[in-house]
Design a protein around this ligand. Sequence first.
Ligand code: GLU
Length: 298
Amino acid sequence: MTRSFSNQTLRFAPSSNGYLHLGHAYSALLNFEMARASGGRMLLRIEDIDIDRCRPEFEQAIYEDLEWLGLSWELPVRRQSEHFSDYANALERLRSRGLVYPCFCSRGDIMATVAGRPDSPRDPDGSPLYPGTCKHLPPAERARRLAGGRSAAQRIDMDAAMASLGFQLGWRERPVFGSSAEGREIIAEPALWGDAIVARKDIQTSYHIAVVVDDALQGVTDVVRGEDLFMATHLHRLLQALLDLPEPRYRHHRLLRDASGHKLSKSLRAKSLRALRQEGLSPEAARKLLGGELIAAS
Ligand code: GLU
C-alpha cells in the first residue's frame, strides 16, 4: 500500500492492564481522525512495562476492540516490554550525569517519615513528596546496601536536574480542535513532582522514561492524550530536555465521564467496550456516540 505521509505522526498508547472502555475509544478515535485529516501516520503502542498487571489477553483485546471500531495503524506495533534496554540506556545517561540516586524506601517507609508532618507537600497526584531520605545517605552506606543486593528504585535529583538545565522549560498546550498555531504557553514546573521515581524497583524503568524515549524513537510529532496526563507533561518536558529528545506538540483532551460525573477508568470499572459490544452496541453506533463527543467538545 502506498500512502504519502505528511510529517505528522500520532499514536495511541494504551496499557494492556485491562479492557478498553469508551474513554480509550474516544482517545484512539481522536488520534486516528487527526492522523487521517493530516495525511499523517497513526501508530499504536502497547505500554506493558508493568509486567505484573499487563496480560497478553488484554493486549489481544486491544487489537480486537480497535479493529471492531474500524481503526487501523501501522505495523509492527511497538510493545514496551520488548525494549527495556532502550529505557535502561536513557536511565544510564541520567545516572552518568549524577541526576538520579538509588532509593531503598518502601511506600510504608515514606508514609512513616511524613506521618508526623500533616502539612507535608504533595505531588499533583496527591501523594506526599519524597522526603529525601535516601538522597542524604552517606555514600558508604549506599554502596553497602547496593553491594548487599538491596533492591532500589531510582529517583531523579530534582534540584540537580533543574540546576543542570539553566533555562526555562515549557510547552505550548494546543487546542484539541483548532489550529496548531493556537494554544497557551505553559511554564513547566517538574519540581511539583519532587524527586520522582524514574525507575521502579521491580522493573528498573517507569512510565515517564518509557513514554518520552518511545515518543522520540518513534518520531511522534503530536501527543494527543487525556487531560489526566497533563501534569505528567511537566516531568516529561524535563526528561526530554535532559535526554536531548525532541519536543512533540501536546494536546490533552477532556475525559469522558459517566452519568454521575466520574471519569471513566479501569479502576472504577467503567464498562468495557467488549461488554458494550456483547450488549449489542454496533461499531457504527459507538463511532456515532464518540463522534458526537468529538463534536460536543469542539
Ligand atoms: N499508557 C498510558 C495510559 O494508558 C497512556 C500514555 C500516554 O498516552 O502518554 O494511560
